[in-house]
Design a protein around this ligand. Structure first.
Ligand code: GRF
Length: 217
């Protein structure tokens, strides 16, 4: 059984780096959960590939180091020199795990190897349904009756890594993509801190593509 092992270290706050490209509501939820004492973690840095992303502003307001890190030369993936810049920043800030909170790039082998089973992503659908973009719209268009969000480990595929936890929402006949997205985000804001707390408590075991949660000590 594999997975990230911090057995000697569970009293120490989990050192989380958050990467995002957008408004940062999930980053905010993680910072709030720490503040409220629900999550034994410290956000060591927030990094964004978008210079004016809201996520950076939110981090600064919370007194957390926030940096625009150029991901060039690629547009949709983190690779080559851009990947090296992120690796250097993550090491400089002493990141233990990486939380992808709306980071709109594919993660490639350099980062995956450096942080094996230590990169988490939040996706606004019940994977493996509706990977990719605008999953809430995919859900409404498809006519599913239950939607939700997934926190999973990142692997080389798109939204395909081992699933840590999922939360569901009912889809109503009156839902538009926007109303469904808003309710899914409410669940995301619970799910991401919960998943990180499981890592902080060293309860996450990965066997192949199946994650098992060890009982609380
Ligand atoms: C979330 O809906 C998340 O599921 C997706 O990107 C969005 C990020 O939102 N991966 P925010 O920037 O955290 O508000």
């Amino acid at each position: 059984m594999g997975g990230y092992d911090r057995a000697m270290n569970t009293r120490q706050p989990l050192k989380v780096a958050i990467l995002g490209s957008g408004k940062g509501s999930n980053a905010q939820a993680i910072m709030d959960a720490i503040q409220a004492g629900h999550l034994n973690a410290r956000v060591v840095c927030v990094l964004s590939d978008v210079a004016d992303a809201g996520i950076l502003e939110r981090a600064r307001r919370n007194g957390i180091p926030a940096e625009f890190v150029d991901a060039a030369p690629f547009k949709t993936k983190l690779d080559g020199e851009g990947e090296q810049r992120y690796l250097r920043a993550l090491r400089r800030h002493g990141a233990e795990v990486i939380a992808l909170a709306g980071f709109m790039r594919l993660i490639k082998s350099g980062l995956l190897q450096a942080f094996a089973n230590r990169i988490l992503n939040i996706h606004p659908a019940l994977l493996p349904a509706f990977p990719g973009v605008a999953s809430w719209k995919q859900a409404v268009d498809y006519g599913v009756k239950v939607a939700g969000c997934t926190v999973h480990f990142v692997d080389a595929g798109t939204d395909s890594g081992p699933i840590i936890l999922q939360k569901t929402v009912t889809v109503f006949d009156t839902d538009t993509p926007a109303t469904l997205h808003a309710r899914i985000q409410e669940q995301e804001h619970l799910a991401f801190p919960e998943a990180l707390q499981l890592l902080a408590e060293n309860r996450v075991r990965v066997a192949g593509r199946v994650v098992r949660i060890a009982p609380q000590e």
